[in-house]
Design a protein around this ligand. Structure first.
Ligand code: FAD
Length: 349
């Protein structure tokens, strides 16, 4: 039996990357009446703001004296919601091909296809992928017993868990599991007895360690042992050269995320030190109809700041709108006073 691939999703604009700039791009496009789809390889929105510093404060967003990376992301998602953009998480955009009719065919690694009249690359420093342990045999257990930076820890409560890593993410994960009432066995494994995290998190881990709820082990995994198709233990080599067998049900690896430019390099766009040069009046790349905004672009004076990305997204949206809907070109409308924008924002019927 053959299966028919799902029909491509047609859209005025496709945004690659749901970081702060990609989300604001979707807002600006929606405000101009264009339909939008947003794709990100991560399982959630926010780009660097959530993947790298979700709970740290940001002080330089205009009009917002302080908010965390996660709070900014939630606000941007709320702001974009009236336009109901299609949000597709866990999809890495792999192919981007101009068609003869001015549209673009875009495909993800998991088989989603789009036909887009314009494309906005808001890919930041690239697609984030977790750093993996280089231990033979672990790959076979991924997503069953081996997890990288999991969002939801609830499924692991009550199991024998080994958490690997030495920064905020690893400590937060180990502490949250150790504090769970159903916890029986949590070990935090790191190369050295030195951890990098906020002072209160370090204190929380030290307290759990002192009262025996969290075991801390210093060393590195050298081998993995399976019983049938189940991972049942790993061997840990310590600084003294001693090997210990560590039984487990679940291995959580929090060794950080590393950005990978990946397929963007294959899309026929000129790259300058892994960045996309743009025209600063339209934020268009060398290929007409493809725009680049936020950390991924470069131009004289470029600053990798969220507010600069917001400015770029606004000008790129206007340029795309003028190109796709020349008949609608008109004076700039304000959200405070335009009946049309109020309708689009869902404020009036
Ligand atoms: P990103 O946030 O990097 O988002 C890009 C998204 O694109 C990612 O989610 C990625 O997964 C996705 N992606 C990439 N390639 C693909 C693909 N092929 N398919 C699908 N998805 C893809 N800036 C400030 O203005 N103020 C601050 O105080 C501040 N503090 C910072 C603190 C730290 C520790 C760091 C690291 C950065 C800080 N920044 C700050 C910088 C700011 O985070 C970035 O400028 C901002 O995140 C850029 O947004 P972006 O949307 O362009 O890219």
């Amino acid at each position: 039996m053959t299966t028919t691939p799902a029909a491509p999703i047609e859209t005025d604009a496709l945004v690659i990357g749901a970081g702060p700039v990609g989300l604001f791009q979707a807002f600006q496009l929606g405000l101009l009446g264009l339909s939008v789809q947003v794709v990100d390889v991560l399982p959630q929105a926010g780009g660097q703001c959530v993947a790298l510093y979700a709970d740290k404060p940001i002080y330089d967003i205009p009009g917002v004296p302080v908010c965390t990376g996660r709070e900014l992301t939630d606000l941007l998602l709320r702001q974009t919601a009236p336009f109901q953009p299609g949000l597709h998480f866990g999809h890495e955009v792999q192919t981007l091909r101009p068609l003869g009719d001015g549209r673009f065919e875009v495909g993800t690694h998991a088989g989603l296809q789009f036909l887009a009249c314009s494309v906005f690359i808001a890919a930041g420093v690239g697609a984030f992928t977790p750093r993996r342990l280089k231990v033979a045999g672990l790959e076979a257990h991924e997503q069953r017993q081996v997890f990288h930076h999991p969002d939801d820890l609830a499924p692991f409560a009550g199991q024998r868990v080994l958490v690997v890593g030495g920064d905020d993410a690893a400590l937060h994960c180990a502490a949250a599991l150790a504090e769970h009432p159903r916890t029986t066995d949590v070990t935090l494994l790191h190369r050295r007895d030195q951890f990098t995290a906020e002072a209160d998190l370090l204190a929380r881990v030290a307290a759990l360690r002192a009262n025996g709820r969290l075991r801390v082990c210093i060393g590195q995994i050298t081998t993995a042992r399976a019983q049938g198709d189940r991972l049942d233990a790993v061997t840990v080599l310590d600084a003294q050269g001693l090997e210990t067998l560590c039984p487990l049900d679940v291995l959580i690896v929090c060794q950080g995320l590393s950005p990978r430019l990946g397929p963007i390099a294959d899309w026929g766009l000129a790259l300058e030190r892994k960045l996309l040069p743009v025209n600063v009046t339209t934020f268009e790349t060398v290929l007409p109809g493809i725009y680049a905004v936020g950390d991924i672009n470069t131009y004289p004076g470029k600053k990798k700041l969220i507010l600069c990305g917001f400015h770029e997204a606004t000008l790129a949206a206007h340029a795309a709108h003028d190109h796709l809907r020349p008949q609608e070109r008109g004076p700039l409308l304000y959200t405070t006073s335009s009946a049309l924008l109020h309708r689009r924002l869902g404020l009036t019927g």
